[in-house]
Design a protein around this ligand. Structure first.
Ligand code: TYM
Length: 328
């Protein structure tokens, strides 16, 4: 039996190097294994938990799809779709909400962080992980590749599934999070104490997959480091250098030790030049493919196929759930 693998990304800003390393690059590897059946979507409903300019959002959803393909997702092998094109998911989400405790949802770290100090935030911010559970459970995903920041949400999906199964009989497979290599979280280049995030206001700390190769190099050369001038991995005391080592290791597919040994005493300038050239070459390559795809006229056909695959599974799961809970 094939393993079903699913993940989504939220179109709240341009895709970043963090998204590429935390989620997309893993998905590409997984989709190249024919024992896997892979689903990748744009989590546009999740984006609405915070205000988005409508025309920017519409444009960005399209850019995400083209970028997925440019990053190496093959639409022949992968079902690529837009979350809001599958109207059964919100119905599934509602039934799951009615099987989730307020305490569980309000304990989620992301909810606490995003609501902290704010008087007005949407209810959607609270129910966000339950919609995410619906995304995962409708298709009985075995594995959910995410960055470490989303692990807790996948674990909640698992808890909700287990509770539902116990109450109504086996309905869902219990999903497992698949955390990217060694659980790396790519950090902001200017402030390596926080993650590189699409919504960050200081663009110098964040590499967008749409940045020109020159800008990418400039941002890496300007990354915050420390004054020791020795390259080795120590996340706590050398977060900036460790972040660059993580980036270089994923892109070059070399081990961190191997890279650190080569650059240990050669000075930060040389090491940064190496990371800058790796990253800007990779992004240049991705952008070449992106420009081809976005102008190819093939996106609609790709999306229709992905949409039908996902709607079929969600419809079946929704009918099963409705029957089990006593609706019809
Ligand atoms: P989002 O859009 O915030 O992030 C998309 C993916 O990228 C990972 N990520 C990172 N990984 C490493 N370093 C970083 N700096 C970094 N920034 C982001 C995230 O962990 C995530 O895997 N809630 C999800 C979207 C979603 C989803 C789902 C995911 C909706 N439904 C169902 C999986 C399954 C989100 O906000 O991702």
């Amino acid at each position: 039996m094939k393993k079903r693998i699913l993940t989504g990304l939220k179109p709240t800003g341009e895709l970043t190097l963090g998204n590429y390393i935390g989620a997309i690059s893993q998905m590409v590897e997984l989709s190249n294994d024919e024992n896997n059946e892979v689903y990748l979507f744009v989590a546009d409903l999740h984006a609405l938990t915070e205000y988005q300019d409508p025309s920017t959002l519409r444009e960005r959803i399209k850019k995400f799809i083209a970028m997925y393909i440019a990053c190496g997702m093959d639409p022949e092998k992968v079902s690529i779709y837009i979350q809001s094109d599958n109207e059964y998911i919100p119905m599934i989400s509602w039934i799951l909400e009615c099987n989730t405790y307020y305490g569980e949802a309000s304990r989620m770290i992301q909810f606490k962080e995003k609501s902290k100090g704010k008087e007005n935030f949407t209810v959607g911010l609270l129910t966000y992980p339950i919609l995410m559970a619906a995304d995962i459970l409708y298709c009985d995903a075995d594995l959910v590749p995410v960055g470490i920041d989303q692990k807790q949400h996948v674990e909640l999906a698992r808890d909700i599934a287990e509770r539902f199964n116990n109450k109504y009989g086996k309905t869902f497979k219990l999903p497992e999070p698949l955390i990217s290599k060694e659980g790396i979280k790519i950090k902001d280049l200017k402030d390596p104490s926080k993650k590189m995030s699409k919504s960050e206001v200081n663009p110098n700390g964040v590499i967008s997959l749409f940045d020109s190769p020159e800008i990418v190099s400039k941002k890496i050369m300007g990354a915050t480091t420390d004054s020791e001038n020795l390259v080795y991995y120590d996340e706590e005391n050398k977060p900036g250098i460790s972040n660059l080592l993580n980036i270089a290791s994923v892109i070059s597919k070399r081990s961190i030790d191997d890279i650190a040994n080569e650059y240990k005493a050669s000075g930060y300038g040389n090491f940064k030049k190496y990371v800058a050239s790796l990253t800007s070459n990779m992004i240049n390559d991705i952008q070449g493919k992106y420009n081809y795809i976005i102008n190819s006229g093939k996106l609609e056909e790709i999306l229709n196929k992905g949409k039908e695959n996902s709607r079929k599974l969600a419809y079946e799961k929704m009918i099963e759930m409705k029957k089990k809970v006593g609706l019809n």
